[in-house]
Write a protein that binds this ligand. Sequence first.
Ligand code: ZN
Length: 473
Amino acid sequence: MSTILISGGTVVTASGTLDADVLVAGEKIAAVLARDVTGAGEAGDTPAAVAADRVIDATGKYVLPGGIDVHTHMEMPFGGTFSADTFETGTRAAAWGGTTTIVDFAVQAKGSSLLATLDKWHGKAGGNCVIDYGFHMIVSDVNDMTLKEMDACIAAGVNSFKMFMAYPGVFYATDGEILLAMQQAARSGATVMMHAENGIAIDQLVAQALAAGHTDPVYHGLTRPPELEGEATSRAITLAKVADCPLYIVHLSASQALAAVAQARDTGQNVFAETCPQYLFLSLEDLARPDFEGAKFVASPPLRTKDHQDSLWRGLRTNDLSVVSTDHCPFCFKDQKELGRGDFSKIPNGIPGVEHRMDLLYQGVVAGQLSLPRWVEVASTTPARMFGLYPRKGVIAAGSDADIVIYDPQATQTLSAASHHMNVDYSAYEGMQITGRVVTTLSRGSVVIDDGEYLGRAGHGTFLARGLNQYLL
Ligand SMILES: [Zn+2]
């Protein structure tokens, strides 16, 4: 079994930092060896004496558990096109950015079965991923068969079911359908994930805007007001309470929605929420960029006015927001986003981001908005626990998978489409200068990114059958 010693670094986990060397044997972490930084110990028991096939010098660097992005959409069908990253290009880009696990969404088409959908997504991802992956199931057609199939999905390692209060006619589920699915999920302890926006009301606002000749991308934002995210979030929380079902609000963007989540958590309800980097760093001003450039920033929920950003950072500190994922759903500006020229409602929804989540969140550490352990917690440890992957993933500890990122906290870089690795022709963060950079990424003991060089392989990544949400009693 080949061994790697990562020496000299500072190990950062959700529980703190430790000057320690990390020994990797095969696919697992074999030992975390605290260094005697006082110099008082015997020379013979310093970790440097551990023999390894390869030694990686991490002096001056952070050694983190690999990032876990629980919200990605590779090759996702949307409005007659597909998101531009394949499972191969998307997971490669993730590895460049220090993410070693994704949980993507299998998308049930109306009239199809959940298990057939799962097979289809296994077909897309199998043999193509560079890092490990799992699936959530999007339930867009609630009926007796799909309700029964939910248990079979759980047995197949897919125990989180996403539903939509938005997109009438596509993914939208009625309150009654949501209640039925929540009751079914609750019987098995599974979690329902919710896209919480009032799509019925939004569709009216969209029709009014188009009728008035308002076709620019900014109207995507203006027709999806934060109040309608707050309302839907409250309604989802109420339905989950009635069904006694764990609820996870995806891509929370608005302070109104955060207030609803905080209130539910204060009463002890099993309600959790994630936000995404775009809601922390971008705003409605980006959607209003001229010459159709705003289309690059069209996603749902939409980017909000900047005052929402402070609430979200605060929510991350107070744990009312437990996770940061990307909702990575890239569509090229040319030919894809351009489908919506002259009609903002036809712009494919999604922003590329799987590569930059760890880096962007680290800017919160630099700015004093997040502690170093909290960075690791929201980007790796909590996602692992929330979606049944811990302690195999999400921690640097003996016995865990050797998914490890060596991070240089002093390096600087400029984000750009010219240098990123996502298969998309623009960057939502073009020209942004940031501090910190991934140096090395290991996936199950294999070096995927090695000091600026890609050494990974499509097919290295394996499917992760996940357990239940570990925050439930
Ligand atoms: Zn999404």
